[in-house]
Design a protein around this ligand. Structure first.
Ligand SMILES: Cc1cc2nc3c(=O)[nH]c(=O)nc-3n(C[C@H](O)[C@H](O)[C@H](O)COP(=O)(O)OP(=O)(O)OC[C@H]3O[C@@H](n4cnc5c(N)ncnc54)[C@H](O)[C@@H]3O)c2cc1C
Length: 487
């Protein structure tokens, strides 16, 4: 087992894999994944990836403007320009790498529409776009001799070392100590800090915690996006009913089975996500009723089944035939706009430490992400990072790292007792209560005090260092950073 690499990429979602594939093939690259290589938010993405490849009726300025409107004009316009200008070429690169986006009968791409977009510009693979992208990128990465993929390997600790970084990685109950010149964090989102989220089990904010503990700047962690139409069955991991269902004409109904968006916003069901989520919560207060539905029964059933095969079959298992029945929906945590603050080259405030994808804060989304801009951000800035590292290597070469001497795993005394049961549940309950669609400042102030206690309890050490411990430490750090910004 080799311990030294030129680049270690933490994460095998769209951001991590696309970074690895764009690095110079002469570099020794390790891609780590804490669970299976295919378990990620990327693999769950349904709706698609937005980019202006067809300029007949669309242009990058319109994409930029739609992103600004959705983001409340709080976006970083420099990084947003990189996103919309570089995006089309990166989407074409995905196609070259084998990603199969749906086409119409005439052979042109079947571009779809989602909330907040003024034009049809979203490339999709049925309603399963993310899995298609990740599977194809993984298949190509496996053919690259310079890329090693390692799954079930969770990074517990990250330290700066002369010449680069040292990582403490827990795999099969053993600690591996690995070194690299450049480290790219592509660890995804933080959804698991909430009771209800669309995010996969890996979304515990590990990369943000590693970067924060190393002293990197973390920005806008309170900017959490709540998707308006998660399937309302109260599972912790809520199945998403993609925005493109509304894009294809579904109506949003209240508990009285009435359309209600016209009372709140002229854009009706296709208003940006934060607006629709707010409207649902306001309507629920007004009617004292938490029941909401999507209705696409007025569309041709064959079209619905062909366009949304995954959603259709998942709902059927729940006893709902979306071609005939209303789909119960409710807002839930979906995405994080904030994260590890990075520049246009994806580098954090720590030299040679990069962040890509959902764990990063490039500023492109402003206060609210436009639908299908997130996969785009993941690949565009992954490409920027790879180019930056390639340029640095061309100029400076690669050097051996003097390994950091880890005195004990994660740098605190460890023990044999697991952390007390129920800590993660308590963190989730605090976040759900204090920082949901309409934040509750009183609950946030109270919650912050308890989160500080839990953080101290976890970080004082003396616990068994296992995956549960590492993730609980990340969740409490993320909760701490979010609430610290809002109170
Ligand atoms: C249900 C759903 C639908 C979505 N639909 C869309 C859509 O249609 N369009 C769109 O643009 N966006 C969509 N999004 C958002 C988008 O999918 C994500 O923001 C994006 O894919 C994140 O990619 P990523 O590579 O940054 O992270 P992820 O794909 O989540 O990958 C994170 C990786 O990091 C690894 N990791 C984490 N911590 C550690 C650790 N400590 N050690 C080792 N490895 C670690 C994980 O194992 C995983 O491999 C959707 C999200 C969800 C949840």
């Amino acid at each position: 087992m080799q311990n030294n690499y030129d680049v270690i990429v933490v994460g095998s979602g769209a951001a991590g894999l696309y970074t690895a594939l764009n690095l110079d093939p002469k570099l020794r690259v390790l891609v780590l994944s804490k669970r299976d290589l295919l378990l990620s938010n990327s693999a769950l993405a349904q709706g698609g990836i937005a980019a202006v490849v067809n300029t007949t009726n669309d242009n990058v300025d319109m994409h930029l403007n739609d992103s600004l409107i959705a983001g409340g004009f709080k976006n970083n316009t420099e990084s947003l320009k990189v996103l919309v200008n570089e995006g089309p070429q990166d989407v074409l690169n995905l196609i070259d790498l084998g990603v199969d986006f749906d086409k119409k009968e005439d052979g042109s791409y079947d571009l779809t529409l989602e909330g907040g977009h003024s034009r049809h510009r979203i490339f999709h693979h049925k309603d399963n776009t993310g899995r298609e992208i990740v599977e194809k990128l993984l298949a190509v990465a496996m053919t690259f001799k310079n890329i090693t993929l390692m799954e079930q390997a969770i990074v517990c600790d990250l330290k700066q070392a002369p010449g680069g970084f040292s990582l403490d990685v827990l795999k099969d109950g053993e600690h591996l100590y690995l070194n690299c010149n450049y480290c790219v964090l592509a660890t995804g989102g933080i959804g698991r800090v909430y009771e209800f989220t669309t995010n996969s089990a890996i979304a515990t904010g590990d990369g943000i915690t590693l970067a924060y503990n190393l002293g990197a700047k973390i920005k806008n962690l309170h900017l959490v996006q709540f998707h308006p139409t998660a399937f309302a069955n109260k599972d912790r991991e809520c199945f998403l009913i993609s925005e493109s269902v509304r894009g294809e004409g579904a109506y949003l109904l209240n508990g009285n089975h009435q359309r209600f968006m016209s009372r709140y916003d002229d854009r009706l069901e296709l208003a940006p996500r934060d607006v629709v989520s707010h409207c649902i919560i306001e309507e629920s207060h007004k009617l004292r009723d938490n029941h909401f539905y999507l209705d696409i029964t007025h569309k041709d059933p064959e079209f619905v089944k062909a366009r949304f095969p995954m959603i259709y079959s998942k709902l059927l298992v729940e006893g709902i035939d979306m071609t005939k029945d209303l789909i119960p929906v409710y807002p839930c945590q979906h995405y994080l706009m904030g994260g590890i603050d990075v520049g246009l080259n994806g580098e954090s405030t720590i030299h040679n430490l990069y962040a890509a994808g959902e764990c990063s804060h490039t500023g492109v989304h402003g206060n609210n992400r436009l639908a299908s801009n997130s996969l785009l951000e993941a690949i565009v800035f992954a490409h920027q990072i790879a180019e930056d590292i390639n340029n640095k290597v061309d100029k400076n070469g690669v050097h051996e790292v003097t390994p950091y001497e880890f005195s004990s795993p994660i740098g605190v005394p460890t023990g044999t007792e697991p952390i007390p049961h129920g800590i993660r549940t308590e963190i989730r309950a605090i976040m759900q209560k204090s920082h949901f669609v309409l934040p509750d400042t009183v609950a946030a102030i109270e919650g912050f005090e308890r989160i500080k206690e839990l953080k101290n309890l976890i970080e004082k050490g003396g616990w068994l260092v296992n995956v549960d411990y590492i993730e609980a430490r990340s969740l409490v750090t993320v909760a701490y950073l979010i609430l610290k910004e809002v109170i």
